[in-house]
Design a binder for this molecule. Structure first.
Ligand code: SGN
Ligand code: CA
Length: 539
């Protein structure tokens, strides 16, 4: 009898101890691992679509968390997206509308708030905001765009050159932080940001051959002639056919191009190609030439022309672009394994996203910037075992202004009024009653590289309305339900009159809500022109 009581007591006390521990764990603020890659198109992530590549490690986040099918950015370009992620505010209010702007580090950002809440914060990899990171206890970032091979990293101590491949190095630095540097008594927020798969797509030595000579499926709209669109599409300089450099992008040696009389895209691109090649060690150059040598020889012997050349460039583009993603996927796998092995997975929110989407030949393009789906949308996968049911999917209109409010909300911090996004927590918990019915977008970098005209617009569940302005005045409207590839501009189609009027009205409301307007725009144009003049870009 006595023994029985003792045993019962033991079992009960054990139960209490365990549930207290459980409670303790549950009340510990979550760690946050925020991963932002550069130019990763959702078309090249197998959780969304596996026709181009398998990304099993990134896919884990969807299998064990939530996959967002309608995640968008506010301004499809690098520095602006990063500023939005940090501040939760649109570009016109966060100091970074284009890649030339310098981020105002005096602003409120989510890492700064987390620091005040007792978090330790760190950032490794791509930063691209010109001013030095603020609000981070540890930081080591690529200067500007950084390099694929043997990159430099900038920290409080200055520049350090690292031996190896950029994606591996950023991972090593991030794991070193997690393992050896961090204060383990505090929750952490780690931003782990990759350069890949940014142009000019130099895959790691491990992945040089992966996609070579595998026939990559061609998008239906590769030869789009923009028949119903405004002149903005025709005038953009991002067509694979006309603007992708055979040298730097497709890795054909400049000597061969000279012999074949392909004069276009030598100049700066020739220098860029040589400079990148010269960064490789002698052994790497030999390894590289074993794979790219035969491609070069074949190009010289059987030089494709016309449509065949565009198809050849597309195939070469994809081989290298996808190659750089292989290494991102493998490295993310390593970090997820680290979390598993160190008992961190359950209490760490992992966010995977890109600074924007990218064209993989759709509409004949590479690059981003436009408000069309491929570049406006961005991948978003979030794992948080405590709140998110494994294998969930979501189709709400979410946007990168939501990142900062979401992280703060999950960390138990107050969301400042000036942040314009919404916390995604109710979506995770399945408790959302209403959600936004429309997204606002505004792109500014024009005139500039790729010459995509300034535009703003609205996207609802079914429609999209865009206004191009500055040296053009044009509206476009798409019925995304009937025309998901955005091939038919229905702005002037009488059947869509009522829908068009509703969209105009809602667009104006959004501009008021988000404090954007034409007079603000006029001032931006004035200061942008002054800057271009001072840089000697225009007279
Ligand atoms: C570089 C690229 C462009 C790209 C911008 C901005 N050219 O200038 O194609 O649009 O970066 O990219 S490259 O030949 O130098 O690679 S962003 O992602 O940083 O916005
Ligand atoms: Ca980018």
């Amino acid at each position: 009898m006595r023994n029985f009581h003792l045993l019962t007591l033991l079992v009960i006390s054990n139960f209490f101890m365990e549930s207290c521990q459980e409670k303790q764990v549950d009340e510990t603020p979550p760690n946050i691992l925020f991963i932002i890659t550069d130019d990763h198109a959702y078309q090249a992530l197998s959780a969304y679509d596996d026709k181009l590549i398998q990304t099993p490690h990134i896919d884990r986040l969807a299998n064990e968390g939530m996959l967002f099918h309608r995640a968008y950015v506010t301004n499809s370009i690098c520095s602006p997206s990063r500023a939005v992620a940090l501040t939760g505010k649109f570009s016109h209010l966060n100091s970074v509308r284009d890649n030339l702007d310098v981020f105002d580090t005096l602003q409120v950002t989510f890492p700064k708030i987390l620091q005040k809440e007792g978090y330790e914060t760190a950032i490794y990899g791509k930063w691209h905001l010109k001013s030095n990171p603020k609000g981070f206890d540890y930081w080591e970032v690529l200067p500007d765009q950084g390099h694929y091979y043997h990159p430099e990293l900038k920290s409080e101590e200055g520049l350090t050159k690292h031996k190896g491949y950029v994606t591996d190095i950023i991972t090593q630095r991030a794991i070193h932080y997690l393992d050896s540097l961090r204060d383990k008594s505090k929750p952490f927020m780690l931003m782990y940001n990759h350069k890949a798969p940014h142009r000019q797509w130099w895959p790691s030595m491990h992945d040089l051959e992966d996609f070579k000579y595998k026939k990559i499926p061609v998008p239906e709209t590769l030869f789009d002639e923009y028949r119903t669109k405004s002149s903005a599409s025709q005038e953009a300089e991002m067509r694979i056919k006309d603007h992708m450099a055979l040298s730097a992008d497709n890795k054909i040696a400049p000597e061969i191009l000279k012999r074949l009389n392909f004069k276009e895209f030598l100049g700066w691109y020739e220098g860029a190609y040589k400079e990148r090649f010269n960064r490789l060690t002698k052994e790497e150059q030999e390894q590289w030439l074993k794979v790219y040598g035969p491609i070069n020889e074949d190009f010289e012997k059987n030089t494709p022309k016309g449509k065949a050349l565009t198809l050849w460039k597309y195939q070469r583009y994809m081989e290298d672009y996808l190659g750089t993603i292989k290494s991102v996927d493998r490295n993310i796998g390593e970090v997820l394994d680290y979390l598993d092995k160190n008992g961190l997975s359950r209490n760490t929110i992992v966010v995977y996203t890109s600074d924007q989407g990218f064209y993989l030949g759709e509409h004949g393009w590479f690059d981003k910037r436009f408000m069309y789906e491929e570049s406006f949308r961005t991948p978003l996968l979030i794992r948080y075992p405590k709140l998110i049911k494994p294998g969930s999917t979501n189709y709400d209109l979410v946007q990168n202004i939501d990142f900062a409010p979401t992280v703060l909300d999950l960390a138990g911090a107050a969301i400042p009024k000036e942040m314009q996004g919404l916390s995604l927590k109710p979506i995770f918990e399945n408790k959302k009653k209403t959600w936004r019915d429309a997204l606002y977008y505004h792109y500014y970098e024009y005139p500039g590289i790729h010459m995509v005209k300034r535009h703003y617009g609205i996207r609802t569940d079914r429609y999209k309305l865009i206004r191009f302005y500055y040296d053009i005045e044009a509206w476009e409207m798409y019925d995304l339900e009937k025309d998901p590839q955005e091939m038919f501009n229905v702005y002037n189609n009488p059947q869509y009159r009522a829908a068009r009027e509703r969209l105009h009205k809602r667009l104006e409301e959004l501009r008021v809500q988000y404090q954007d307007n034409d007079s603000l725009n006029q001032n931006f144009i004035k200061s942008d022109l002054e800057r271009m003049r001072s840089l000697g870009w225009i007279d």
